[in-house]
Design a protein around this ligand. Structure first.
Ligand code: ATP
Ligand code: MG
Ligand code: FE
Length: 353
């Protein structure tokens, strides 16, 4: 099956064509991502109305490029998939409405994809891993640990009670004057920093449930920054290194707790740990999780960075996985600003085949 995937839920206008073989193997034929970073940089964050307008202007060209790169036409497709939520509703509407129009005009099924399901299933596209697995989803809007039992079957083991980790990276970058988007800038600055100069807290460390909290960590960075002002480049690097080290400690501790849960719930299954979402691009956090996985004797799968941040391939793939189970959506399926990953029931309820 050949699926066109469209992603417009945040500040990336993206489209891709992905193939799924009858054996379940995935192949990316094209993956076009147009970042709106330049449009939002002056505001220090994503401005929803600007994002929606930019998606309107760019999406046709991005879809054309994705089809051309893949060397396919609309008639070759088996389905059109688009992010239907969660995300900035204006942007989601642009992508979903475009997908509906293409599906209607070309006479192809529409698959409405949960953006988080796109992140969650990417490792099956890149590495072909089997269910169940343990997913650490760390992105700009979400920080969760989920047991992935199947397509549409997600059990949330833990979540952040305040900020997402990507959000904490972005806020740290902003308050240190590093600009937007913050994650890569904090990581770059941390590379030359001393993580021991500033003592930052490790929120939730040692708690029995695998939940997260990052707002206190961000506040601690703010307080340390104020106390050390004026900040020179050295101090900024040291603060970034301290923040990243604290984040990595917390993530490793929380995932270790979740691995224990997974083992208790699914005895006999050797867990695979999958990391997804934009923060999975962070090399320090990856390295920390690799150490944990080695110590715990579990396999670690982290898709390449371009497939961790928002992209169309993950949406096309989630669409292909749903289509393979006979799931498609009616053309009046709504866009949803909020849509928890574990809220959609098992795929057997899907319509059509
Ligand atoms: P969601 O998927 O929850 O709706 P989103 O789509 O905005 O949110 P992603 O695009 O998956 O999130 O990821 C973007 C986030 O990842 C941003 O917060 C960004 O700062 C963070 N990020 C990207 N690269 C890095 C990095 N190298 N280190 C740390 N964080 C990073
Ligand atoms: Mg983004
Ligand atoms: Fe995302």
């Amino acid at each position: 099956t050949l699926v066109l995937g469209i992603e417009t839920s945040c500040d990336e206008t993206a489209a891709a064509v992905v193939a799924r073989g009858s054996d379940g193997a995935g192949r990316i034929l094209s993956n076009v991502v147009l970042s709106q970073v330049a449009e939002h940089a002056a505001f220090g964050g994503v401005v929803p109305e600007i994002a929606a307008r930019a998606h309107v202007e760019a999406l046709d060209g991005v879809i054309r490029a994705a089809l051309a790169d893949a060397g396919v036409g609309l008639s070759d497709l088996d389905a059109v998939a688009a992010t239907a939520g969660p995300g900035l509703i204006g942007g989601v509407l642009v992508g979903l409405t475009t997908a509906k129009a293409i599906a209607y005009a070309a006479g192809k099924p529409l698959v409405a994809v949960n953006h988080l399901e796109g992140h969650a299933l990417t490792a099956r596209l890149t590495d072909g891993i089997a269910f169940p697995y343990l997913l650490l989803l760390v992105s700009g809007g979400h920080t969760q640990i989920v047991r992935v039992d199947g397509v549409g079957a997600y059990v949330r083991l833990g979540t952040t009670i305040d900020d997402a980790l990507g959000e904490a990276f972005d806020k740290t970058a902003k308050l240190l004057g590093l600009g937007y988007p913050g994650g890569p800038k904090v990581e770059a600055a941390a590379a030359s920093g001393d993580p021991t100069r500033f003592a930052l807290p490790r929120p939730m460390l040692g708690r029995p449930d695998p939940d997260f909290s990052f707002s206190g960590l961000k506040t601690a960075v703010r307080n340390e920054a104020a106390a050390a002002a004026p900040l020179d480049a050295r101090a900024v690097a040291d603060l970034c290194a301290a923040f990243q080290a604290a984040a990595a400690d917390v993530v490793a501790d929380r995932v270790a707790v979740a691995l224990g849960r997974f083992r208790a719930d699914a005895p006999g299954v050797v867990p695979t740990l999958v990391v997804a979402g934009g923060v999975a691009a962070n090399a320090a956090i990856r390295a920390r999780l690799a150490g944990l996985a080695a110590a715990e004797g579990v396999r670690l799968v982290v898709p390449p960075g371009v497939l961790c941040t928002d992209n169309g391939a993950m949406i096309a793939w989630a669409g292909a996985e749903r289509l393979a189970l006979g799931i498609a959506d009616p053309l009046d399926v709504p866009a949803r600003a909020r849509w928890p990953l574990d809220s959609r029931s098992a795929p057997m309820v899907g319509r059509g085949r």
